[in-house]
Design a protein around this ligand. Structure first.
Ligand code: NAD
Length: 255
């Protein structure tokens, strides 16, 4: 599969799943626009090894003005052909103790930014008559878990939005799909393991317990697994996958 000449914007790609997806897309030949917080020099160097064009913009996507700046910046690469809406955060607390500002931040980033990015790239994709919008949702877009009200609500919303955009683009060469990972060992999940360690659980046991509660394979999904699925969705073979929510979850949702 060659994505040479295509430009992929991957939100939240300075670490974790986003960086993993960006690396696989670069390996397939796509030019990459990275986004996310922190020092991006290591991510830029890794993508550079593939001999593609790469740039980074640090926009905070929970702020619409900064989000619009990122998408204007990406247009300088000739237009976004592949948009991976990946940036996301988590906060775990029961509903009655859930901080209102955490709810607002999670909805703004995990849901509203997906809508804003989609509305900004669609005109160019329609004009060029090719595009892929891939939303990194979660198994939590399809089922709930205690303590994750904002995250579960946002991810269910992302899957609803994916269906609508999949329908609105159905007669074109633009597709929109969601990927629903189970547990992937990234900083977002490490924090949940660290919380268990802080509560006195042995580190190996904490990781084992987290997986054992939900993921029958007992193994983490990897960012590379997800990157390969993104590349498949960009291929001709993936062109009639539309409005889908595709779980990659070690069996989580089969239970
Ligand atoms: P991560 O914490 O490793 O990375 C998140 C990325 O988003 C980082 O690059 C960070 O800088 C960036 N980011 C955070 N806030 C931002 C903001 N306001 N604006 C722009 N960028 C911001 O997280 P991850 O585990 O790689 O998660 C990536 C996506 O995958 C999220 O949408 C998450 O919900 C989803 N997901 C993760 C898992 C998992 O097990 N890790 C499972 C299912 C779904």
């Amino acid at each position: 599969m060659s994505l040479q000449g295509k430009t992929a914007l991957v939100t939240g790609s300075t670490s974790g799943i986003g960086l993993g997806i960006a690396k696989v897309l670069a390996g397939a030949g796509a030019n990459i626009v990275l986004n996310g917080f922190g020092d991006a020099s290591a991510a830029l160097a890794e993508i550079n090894q593939h001999g593609v064009q790469v740039a980074h913009h640090p926009a905070d996507l929970s702020d619409i003005a900064q989000l619009e700046e990122l998408f204007a910046f990406a247009e300088r690469f000739g237009g976004v052909d592949i948009l991976v809406n990946n940036a996301g955060i988590q906060h775990v607390a029961p509903v009655e103790q859930f901080p209102a500002e955490s709810w607002d931040k999670i909805i703004a980033l995990n849901l509203s930014a997906v809508f804003h990015g989609t509305r900004l790239v669609l005109p160019g994709m329609r004009e060029r008559n090719w595009g892929r919008i891939i939303n990194i949702a979660s198994v939590h877009g399809l089922v709930g878990s205690v303590g994750k009200s904002a995250y579960v609500a946002a991810k269910h919303g992302v899957i609803g939005l994916t269906k609508v955009v999949g329908l609105e683009t159905a007669a074109s060469n633009v597709t929109c799909n969601a990927i629903c990972p189970g547990f992937v060992l990234t900083p977002l999940v490490q924090k949940q393991i660290d919380d268990r360690i802080a509560a006195g659980v042995d580190p190996t046991q904490a990781q084992h317990d987290l997986l054992a509660e939900k993921q029958p394979s007992g193994a983490f999904v990897t960012p590379a697994h997800l990157g390969e699925l993104v590349v498949f969705l960009c291929s001709e073979a993936g062109s009639q996958v539309r409005g889908a929510a595709w779980n990659v979850d070690g069996g989580w949702l089969a239970q």
